[in-house]
Design a protein around this ligand. Structure first.
Ligand code: SIN
Ligand code: CO
Length: 413
């Protein structure tokens, strides 16, 4: 069973909860230091997917969500995806976790870095940090990765296909970036390293400084002494992924090629005997074209697919159900007093008519406002819950989610 943050010995010894934890996501039209004094709306218009932005002092007094030891401990569990990248005499090496104690190089050795993905799923402070970026739709927000590096450590000059915010949370890192067109990679390496890298800008990032990079900007971050960087990453499905997954979704629902016809097997009563058995029959090719031409969908199908697909938990996610669950009346009393929140691993999205929780679609209830509020805020104050708890269908649904480990009662981080 995966460890919960509170069960994690190394994590309890981490730095105390800072103001970082309690910060709400900025509203679209309020200037914020996180974006160098821009409003999220201005940032999205001027920089998002367009050009890099360096922000000095994006988060004053920032602290690493996890201590170094807590990060190493997380990298030793198979709940989190971790990679170790090291360089010895100019040779790159990539190892995949989990890394048991003793498998990581000494912190006194230079030129290595440990990258741990999806830290937000396991740690409240990491999740709270990720929440600051929810001026971008959840459908695009992917995860918070933490990299720890010793002096000289980094992943080499490369480019990503995704937008990323690189927030320095401990120590110093030198970033160099380039808008170069040549994105050819060095052949035969275990990781993506650019063959040529011609930086056109360079900065030293101190704790609290942040660099936003749109996709395909070449970059290289090298630790100056021991350091930690948080990467807030976004996902952008390719057209191929969407086509493949949407057709799969339609087929699973039995809608492809007009519902009942979807189960019909290919028939070829007019097939003649062949002298070239290895040749694909023309009729079969034509049949595939005809099947695809009959595939129909509505906007509702698109919403259903996207909501289910994008709210699907990552494969390694396992929800922690309460060990000694409260009975429903005690759950209601506790939530009235202390409020509730979505579990860090839970995904709740909504469309015009339906909502999606962890890959499952349901009709929005008639009193839909509370559900959309919970999805947007990922939490509900006790006061708000009191106003809702006269409606048994609301408390019943939230109790079900609590039993499933999707909702936590009280204990705001
Ligand atoms: C790192 O944090 O070392 C690498 C992050 C990146 O370059 O995307
Ligand atoms: Co990168």
């Amino acid at each position: 069973m995966p460890k919960r943050p509170s069960d994690h010995p190394a994590r309890t010894a981490a730095t105390p909860i800072s103001s970082l934890t309690l910060a709400a996501p900025p509203s679209p039209d309020t200037p914020t230091p996180l974006l160098g004094g821009l409003t999220p709306s201005q940032f999205m218009r001027r920089y998002w997917q367009k050009k890099p932005l360096l922000i000095r002092g994006a988060i004053a007094g920032v602290e690493a969500p996890l201590s170094r030891d807590a990060l190493f401990e997380l990298a030793s569990s198979d709940d989190a995806e971790s990679r170790l990248i090291s360089r010895t005499r100019g040779r790159w090496r990539l190892d995949h976790g989990p890394f048991d104690a003793g498998m990581l190089p000494s912190v006194k050795r230079r030129d290595w870095t440990l990258l741990v993905q999806g830290v937000d799923l396991h740690d409240d402070r990491a999740r709270a940090l990720l929440d600051r970026f929810r001026f971008v739709p959840d459908a695009r927000l992917d995860d918070l990765m933490i990299s720890y590096a010793t002096d000289g450590g980094g992943v080499g000059p490369h480019f990503d296909s995704y937008d990323v915010f690189l927030l320095q949370v401990q120590g110093t890192r030198r970033w160099r970036i380039s808008a170069q067109r040549d994105l050819t990679l060095k052949p035969g390496l275990p990781l993506k390293v650019l063959q040529h890298f011609e930086p056109d800008e360079e900065w030293l990032l101190e704790p609290g400084d942040m660099l936003y990079l749109p996709p395909h900007i070449a970059h290289d971050g090298v630790a100056q002494g021991e350091c930690m960087t948080c990467s807030i990453g976004f996902r952008a499905p390719s057209a191929n992924e969407l086509i493949g997954q949407f057709l799969y979704y339609l087929a699973e629902r039995g809608d492809a090629a007009h519902s009942q016809a979807g189960e019909r097997l290919y028939r070829d009563p007019n097939q003649s005997a062949v002298a070239h058995p290895a040749k694909l029959p023309d009729a079969l090719v034509a049949e595939l074209g005809a099947i695809l031409a009959r595939v129909k969908w509505t906007e509702r199908d698109l919403v259903s697919f996207l909501g289910s697909y994008l709210s699907e938990p990552k494969p390694q996610v396992v929800f922690d159900t309460p060990e000694r669950p409260l009975v429903e009346a005690a759950f209601v009393a506790r939530a009235q007093a202390h409020g509730l929140r979505l579990d860090n691993k839970a995904s709740l999205l909504y469309g015009a008519r339906t909502y999606f929780i962890n890959g499952e679609e349901s009709a929005l209830p008639r009193s839909r406002k509370w559900l959309c509020e919970l999805a947007d805020a990922r939490r509900m104050e006790g006061k708000r819950f009191v106003t809702l708890s006269t409606d048994g269908s609301v408390t019943g649904l939230l109790y079900e989610w609590y039993r499933a480990g999707w909702v936590r009662v009280g204990a705001f981080p």
